[in-house]
Design a protein. Structure first.
Length: 291
């Protein structure tokens, strides 16, 4: 099979648009966005395979061209509060019946689903082929276990807004194919909480937070734990950052970004001093891994 750089770009905000205007007007506005996305793809030497619903599927001969197209899409100021998020992956594709299939299509779709509004996620081989100038736009997100792949895929993020929250994907060791987090147990300062799908906990110095940690170096609204899409996600909103310590000894920092958590570990808020136990919490996910 031939190799190409596949780009899937998806519109965020269309649901709110349908709630605020008539269905006809919403369809017209989304059609205008999709038409603009197609023109951007063509302007950067891409081939738009199809645009349906809220997204477009396209492919390019080189990742540099695909990146420039995606960059323009996520940076564009779309009407009615809409935005675009995208996934880009270089790999094998099969062209048949005016459509494309294959590993690159499946993986770019997975990356697009993980990307936040205004964000582009790119996989390892595509990133490695980018010019050094284009690579400089990206932040490494670490390794991600993707469905159908034996090894973790290195993922890199480009966010249109420096203020916005980037996705941080942290791949734990061990098999994770089909892993689903059913619930998570959280403990801090002698208290414990359990959250399941759709539930969340806010963490910070403010008494309005679900988990209050009264230290001066902890922000009033420091971060948030949320279980959604069968994954536990921690998002840092603070000025001082947070640290994640996994049970297998790995350690990484999170600052105004989000990270996916699984297994067991600790979160430190505003300090990396492990001795300050009342500035930390422990987490443990209850995961279902099909045979």
């Amino acid at each position: 099979m031939a190799k190409a750089c596949v780009l899937i770009s998806d519109i965020t905000g269309s649901t709110k648009l349908y709630e605020s205007v008539t269905q006809r007007e919403a369809l017209n506005q989304i059609s205008l966005v999709l038409a603009r996305m197609r023109s951007i793809i063509e302007a950067h030497q891409g081939n738009c395979v199809k645009s349906q619903g809220d997204d477009t599927l396209s492919f390019f001969d080189h990742p540099d061209h695909a990146f420039l197209a995606a960059k323009q899409m996520v940076e564009e100021e779309w009407s009615h509060g809409m935005s675009v998020h995208a996934g880009l992956f270089f790999g094998e594709i099969l062209s048949m019946d005016n459509d494309i299939y294959g590993d690159a299509v499946n993986t770019s779709a997975r990356l697009a689903s993980l990307a936040k509004p205004g964000e582009l996620l790119i996989g390892d081989e595509g990133y490695d082929q980018l010019s050094s100038g284009h690579q400089s736009y990206f932040v490494s997100m670490g390794g991600l276990k993707l469905k159908g792949k034996k090894a973790a895929t290195r993922v890199y993020s480009y966010m249109a807004s420096q203020i916005a929250t980037q996705t941080v994907v942290f791949g734990a060791t061990g098999p994770q194919m089909g892993r689903r987090t059913e619930s998570a147990e959280i403990a801090a300062n002698g208290q414990s909480w359990s959250i399941s799908e759709g539930e969340s906990l806010t963490i910070g110095r403010s008494e309005e937070c679900d988990i209050t940690l009264p230290h001066g170096w902890i922000s009033r609204q420091h971060g948030k734990l949320e279980l959604r899409g069968a994954q536990l996600e921690y998002t840092d909103h603070s000025s001082s950052g947070s640290s994640v310590l996994t049970s297998d000894g790995q350690e990484f920092d999170v600052h105004r970004r989000a990270t996916l958590l699984n297994g067991e570990g600790r979160l430190l808020f505003g300090t990396r001093d492990r001795a300050i136990t009342d500035s930390a919490l422990t987490y443990a996910t209850n995961d279902l891994i099909p045979d």
